[in-house]
Every structure is written in C-alpha cells, then in structure tokens.
Design a protein around this ligand. Structure first.
Ligand SMILES: Nc1ncnc2c1ncn2[C@@H]1O[C@H](COP(=O)(O)OP(=O)(O)OP(=O)(O)O)[C@@H](O)[C@H]1O
Ligand SMILES: O=C(O)c1ccc[n+]([C@@H]2O[C@H](COP(=O)([O-])O)[C@@H](O)[C@H]2O)c1
Length: 203
C-alpha cells in the first residue's frame, strides 16, 4: 500500500505595497522569490489606505492599481488583487491575509517584504497573528539591513535578491524634477505617469 498523500497545495506569493509607482525593484523581488520558493503565482496587492503613510501624499488607489496591472500584465505568473482597495478603510495585512486565505483555501501563502518593511513588522496591526496565516519572506534591499525582526522561530525566511537601488519616493521626486524614470519603472508605467500627470507637482 502506498502512503496517502493529499493534493499538492498551491504556493501563492503575496506582494503587498503602495506601488506609488510600482518599479523594477518590486518586480525583481517577486520574480526572485517565485523562483527560489517554487511559487505557482505571485499576487500583487496594492494598498487601499496605507495607515503608516498617512502623513504622506499617496496617489489615488485606482492609479496605483492600474500601474500595477500594466507592470505585471506580461508575466503569466503575476496577478493583481483589488482586495485591499475594495475593502475600504485603513489597510492592515492581517485583513489581506484573512481574505486571501478565504479565497484560496487550498493554498499556502508566502508574504513578500523588503528589508525596510520587514523591520517594521512588529508595529503592524495584530502582528502576533500574522505569522499563523502566511510564511514571511524578507528580501534584501539596498540601504537597509535585512534581519529577522523577532518573529517566532521558522516564521520568516531571509533571502538575497538582485540589488536594485530604486524606490517609489525617488521615482516621484525624479518626475517632479523633470528627470526620467525610464528603465526604473516598466515602459507602460512611464507612459501612464505621463498620461495622468502623476507626481509632476509633488514639490
Ligand atoms: N528596490 C527594492 N528591492 C527590494 N524590495 C523592495 C524594493 N522597493 C520596494 N521593496 C519592497 O516592496 C514592498 C512595497 O514597497 P512600496 O510600495 O512601499 O515601495 P517603496 O519603493 O518602498 O516606496 P516609498 O519610497 O514610497 O516608501 C515593501 O515590502 C518594500 O520593502
Ligand atoms: O498591517 C499593518 O498594520 C501594516 C502596516 C504597514 C505596512 N503594511 C503592509 O506592508 C506592505 C508594504 O507597505 P508599504 O507601506 O511599504 O507600501 C503593504 O502590503 C502594507 O499593507 C501593513
């Protein structure tokens, strides 16, 4: 008699971000984690209201969502979810993960964060419960130290990804100054920023 093995669980990456705008640092991080962790899919989840950025000006959710769709459209492994935008109110990852769990009962979830976001995770809403819903993957990011912030044993993996010193803030500043963002963000995102006149008057 062969050993009983259940159906193989799908492995879903979740890449949450404000994506204002999405850039190649986000895309490389997701691609590298997908490869190293044998993920079936990575779901990009643009935030609705990022409460820890409430002191900053954040572009309309629909613009950030559309840029994320444009940036990921050519990769069959990437998709975009509106759950954090459509839920309304402040965005908490605990809600993101609960909703994704309910939608994908047969999957294991892997939440991807850069070193800067990971270092803040203990300040997130219901931080203690987060690790029961997903495995956390922290990725290297130039200018930030990658370390386990003190999550329970085995809850987080730390991995190295190709270093891209790109940030959304820097892209916004460049547009405001009239500097190019070509090759920092996907071509379609450059055109969308231009078409919607995003970030031009940020200063
Ligand atoms: N260049 C990068 N390399 C690796 N991870 C990144 C990089 N840029 C962003 N991330 C990670 O992607 C996630 C979403 O980031 P976010 O949308 O806030 O972009 P950002 O560039 O950090 O934005 P901002 O400059 O406005 O704070 C976070 O987990 C962040 O750490
Ligand atoms: O759950 C929280 O309290 C929380 C606080 C700050 C950030 N997050 C999540 O971390 C991800 C990256 O956030 P940000 O603001 O760096 O774009 C995104 O999915 C956010 O919803 C989550």
């Amino acid at each position: 008699m062969g050993e009983h093995t259940g159906p193989v669980k799908r492995r879903l990456g979740v890449m949450g971000g404000t994506f204002d705008p999405i850039h190649h640092g986000h895309l490389v991080a997701a691609s590298e984690v997908a490869s190293q962790f044998h993920l079936d899919e990575v779901i990009f989840v643009p935030t609705g209201q990022p409460w820890q950025k409430s002191h900053k000006k954040v572009s309309p959710a629909e613009d950030r969502y559309l840029m994320t769709v444009i940036a990921t459209a050519s990769n069959p492994q990437f998709s975009v979810s509106r759950i954090d935008i459509d839920r309304g109110g402040k965005t908490y990852t605990i809600d993101t993960l609960r909703d994704l769990r309910a939608e994908h009962r047969d999957a294991d979830l892997f939440f991807i964060t850069g070193a800067d976001a990971l270092s803040q995770i203990l300040t997130w809403h219901d931080a203690a419960e987060l690790v029961s819903l997903a495995h956390f993957i922290g990725v290297t990011r130039p200018g930030h130290v990658l370390a386990d912030p003190g999550l329970p044993e085995g809850a987080v993996s730390l991995i190295e990804v190709p270093a891209l010193a790109i940030s959304s803030s820097d892209c916004r500043t460049r547009v405001a100054q009239g500097d190019p963002v070509w090759y920092l963000v996907p071509d379609g995102v450059v055109r969308y920023i231009d078409k919607k006149e995003l970030y031009r008057n940020d200063r």
